[in-house]
Structures are given as C-alpha cells and as structure tokens.
Ligand binder design. Structure first.
Ligand code: G6P
Length: 488
C-alpha cells in the first residue's frame, strides 16, 4: 500500500549520528545508529519504504551531516541508505526547544518525574521557551514537511514522532488541508490532571497540534484511555471511548495503540556479528558465575538508583551469593546539558561506589558501571545475562526488555517493572515488580538468579515467541492497515 505514497518520517533525531574520528583511540569517523528506542524502530520503517526522514540538526555533528546533501544520503556500515532532510534551528532556539521544554518539562510530566512540592516552577521564561524554542522549531520542521510534500510526485503520508513535535500535525494540516498524517507518541500519556501542571495555553496547544493528525498512535491501551480522557476533560471535546475517536473540527481523529517492537531477524544477525563475538570474548574474561545486567540511557525514568538499592538488599540477605554475582550496569550518557540529568548520573555513580565499598572483598566488585555507548557491547551483554533488570518508574515501551531476551543464550530471566509499556505484552512471563519497592525487586533478582532451568527456559521461550509474533513489521503493518481503512 505504501508504494503509491511518499512516506515522510518526521522526528527530532536523525536515524544516524556522526561519531567523529578519535585520534587517541585511533578510530575512524563512523556513522552509528542514534540513541533510544524511537530510532531503533523507525529505522526499519524508513529503510523498508524508502521514506524521506525529516530531522532536526541537534549539534555540530548533525550540521556536518546536513552539509553532505539536501536531503543527505546517509549509508550505514551494513549498506542501508537513509535520505535525511535536516532543519537547522539556531543553537539558542534548539536549546529552548530541547533542553527547556521537551526535556525536562514534557518528558518529566509524561513520566511523572516531578516532585511537585518543589518543581517545576512555571513562569514567563517557560512561555518564552515554548514560543521561541518549541513552537519555532516545530514550525521549521512543519515548513520542511510541507515543502517536501508539495515537491513529491506521489501523495505524501506523514509519520510524525514523539513529544518533541506535538505542534507539527496541526501546522502541516493548516498548510496542506487534505493530507494523511499520523503521529506516534513513544512515551506514556499521563492523566488529565497531571497535564494541568502546564499553563493552559501550552497544554491546549499540545492537544490542538496533535489533533491535526488523522490517526494518533500510542504504545498501550492505558495511554489511549488517558489521551481520550485528556481531550474530554481538559478541552471539552466530544469523545467516543468505544470507537476510540475524538471529534475535532469536523474530522474524526482515531486514537489507537500500536506496541512498538524490534526487528528480530536483523537484531539476531547483528548479535552474531564478529564485533559482538569479540565483545563477548572480552565479557567472558571477567564475568562471574551469575550476571545481572541493565542497559539504559542515564535517564531519571529508568530508575537506576533504586535498582542498585534493591541489589544491595539482596546482597544483605544473601551472603552466599557474595563473590559469585556481579551487576553490570551498561549506561548510555543522555541529555547531559540538563542539570537534573547530570545530577542523576552523579547519584548513579556515587550509590554504586558506596555499595562497592560496602561489599568488595578479595578481588570481587559487586557492581560494574560502564558509561559508554557501544551497541556491540550491549549485544554481548544481552547474550550473556542471567537476569536482566528493567525497572523503569514509567516507560513508554522499553525495547531493552524485548531485545535482551531475544538475544540471550542462557534462558536468562527478565525482571520487569509493571509500569513499563512492555509489561502489557511480557508481564506474564517476567518476574514483575513495583519499581518503587526495593524489597520486592531484591526478591525478584534473587528468584531470577536461583530459578530452575526448566522454568527459566519456559519463560524465556514465551517471551521470545511473543516478541517474534509482534515484531516491528507488525507495528508497521497495523498502522498501515489503519491508514488504509482511513483512506478507502
Ligand atoms: C526516547 C524518546 C525518543 C528519544 C530517545 C533518546 O526513546 O522517546 O524520542 O529520541 O529517548 O533521547 P534523545 O533525547 O537522546 O533523543
């Protein structure tokens, strides 16, 4: 169906990032996959449909990529080509859009991260950042989409992504009128009350922007319900909860959940690559008998500190495990221009150091923290863990839970937060925890490490089957099916 159309993927991030040459490590310049689950999933859509990808140039490295062509033809190390059209806001506008509004404000609201007794403080600076940063960058992106749509020989299908670009659907609709637009929100959608943290002008503009789309996609049924409620309660719109539809300016906007997933075959091929096998050999040279793993961006929503506190409890209760177990936290640095993120990484490191001081003996270190971003190393970890800890406070989906178990070779156990989107699909086969409860998490870590082989195998197999049955192709085809129903 997509063949008749020109798909345009619109996201803050480009699918690839430029990693400059490093003279000290003696590594050449590389084009590497961008961070986060959005890029992981959307890359499959873009490469399988020869979509044009409209992205925002985030920094000097992106501007260097933008200088390679318009759109730039970017070829990965495995030969996949992406066509990326960059918009280039001023660094000041980008900073207000990304570091003041998108993260932390919207990200913190949508993951319930604010300690409301103290933060956030909303003032005219917030409104300024909204206007001069967020809206301005959204308008630049929308203008670029409109230009590409008008230049295209085929009718465009616009796929806008995530919380950085909430105003884009409305802006594109205002310019083009009759055009098919889908917006997918990758992160949780909170309750209507929690949105009232934002000034009315901002929270209403977010809904008006989104409702410019024909179809709104979310990760889970809970997100869909919360969105419909928000339209009804905060904007007074007519909503049909059974049909999952919002009536807006004479149009019916469909609201659906499409749980995002992974490219299982592509990932498995990558997990067998020479680079990963070399990383695995390195890992095998230090791994203890039992390995607990976590792989996360250093984001407050990921709950890394409570994960360490739970592990500390487990070591308190189970002295017999000392020396035989290690917790490897493989963490990708994230959003380090934002104070809260820098402080959070500081807490992660200091809590791990305290626990290591408390228990280390005879060459055994209970926690190994690595802050780095080498995909092959994460994949080696996926192959080797005995327990994978995924305990976010709230998370849209969390693809680590899916990737990890699919790649694992030891029937490792997944310990999963009930507030991760992936809980809806995988919860029955994981050991599920309340992410705030460190005693319950300690118990789950212990159960995972000591579970008998047949039970481990049965659980891992069910997760692998579930992910296979609902992989990234299904995520794409469900959305295409709905667009087809809409167009026909
Ligand atoms: C999450 C968000 C994405 C974002 C990614 C990485 O997955 O849903 O929109 O791209 O995190 O975050 P960053 O701010 O580095 O792009």
């Amino acid at each position: 169906m997509l063949g008749r159309y020109q798909p345009i993927v619109v996201a803050n991030r480009a699918p690839l990032a430029l990693e400059p040459a490093d003279v000290y490590r003696n590594t050449p310049e590389r084009l590497v996959k961008g961070a986060g689950g959005l890029v992981t999933a959307l890359s499959s859509l873009a490469s399988s449909t020869s979509a044009l990808w409209v992205a925002v140039a985030r920094d000097e490295a992106d501007r260097a990529l933008a200088a390679r062509g318009d759109p730039a033809e970017l070829v990965t190390e495995d030969g996949t080509t992406y066509r990326v059209a960059f918009v280039e806001p001023t660094p000041e506008a980008y900073d207000l859009y990304y570091n003041t509004v998108s993260n932390p404000l919207l990200w913190f609201i949508q993951h319930y991260l604010w300690d409301l007794a103290r933060e956030p403080i909303v003032d005219t600076a917030t409104l300024y950042a909204w206007r001069e940063g967020y809206v301005r960058v959204n308008q630049m992106v929308a203008d670029r989409v409109v230009a590409e749509a008008l230049a295209s020989a085929k009718p465009p299908l616009v796929f806008v992504q995530d919380y950085q670009l909430y105003c884009v659907p409305g802006m594109v609709r205002a310019a083009l009128g009759d055009v098919r637009i889908q917006h997918f929100v990758h992160i949780p959608w909170p309750t209507p009350q929690y949105w009232t943290i934002l000034p009315k002008s901002i929270r209403d503009a977010i809904l008006h922007g989104l409702l410019g789309a024909d179809v709104l996609g979310f990760q889970t049924r809970r997100d869909v319900r919360n969105f419909l409620l928000t339209c009804e309660e905060n904007l007074g719109l007519a909503v049909d909860f059974r049909e999952r539809t919002v009536f807006y300016e004479g149009r019916a906007v469909w609201v659906r959940n499409y749980p995002i997933s992974i490219d299982v075959d592509g990932l498995l091929a990558q997990a067998d690559s020479e680079e990963v096998i070399a990383e695995q050999a390195r890992l095998l040279s230090w791994r203890p008998e039992k390995l607990i793993l976590r792989v996360d961006r250093t984001d407050l929503s990921k709950n890394i500190v409570r994960g360490f506190l739970a592990y500390e409890r487990m070591l308190d209760y189970h002295q017999e495990l000392h020396g035989d177990v290690q917790f490897w936290a493989y963490l990708q640095p994230s959003r380090q221009d934002i104070d809260d993120y820098r402080a959070y990484l500081g807490s992660v490191l200091s809590v791990a150091a305290r626990i290591n001081r408390k228990f280390s003996r005879g060459g055994w270190t209970p926690i190994r923290v690595e802050v780095d971003d080498v995909m092959a190393r994460a994949l080696a970890g996926y192959r080797q863990f005995d327990v994978l800890l995924v305990n976010p406070i709230y998370d849209g989906m969390n693809l680590v839970a899916k990737e990890g178990v699919v790649c694992n070779r030891r029937d490792g156990v997944l310990v999963l937060s009930e507030n991760a989107g992936s809980y809806e699909e995988l919860g029955d086969f994981a050991l599920t925890v309340n992410p705030f409860d460190i005693d319950e998490t300690a118990e789950a870590l212990y159960l995972g490490l000591t579970m008998d082989a047949p039970q481990k195998q049965a659980r891992a197999e069910r997760i692998r089957e579930t992910v296979r049955a609902a992989d990234i192709n299904r995520w794409i085809s469900l959305q295409v099916q709905d667009l087809r129903d809409l167009i026909d």
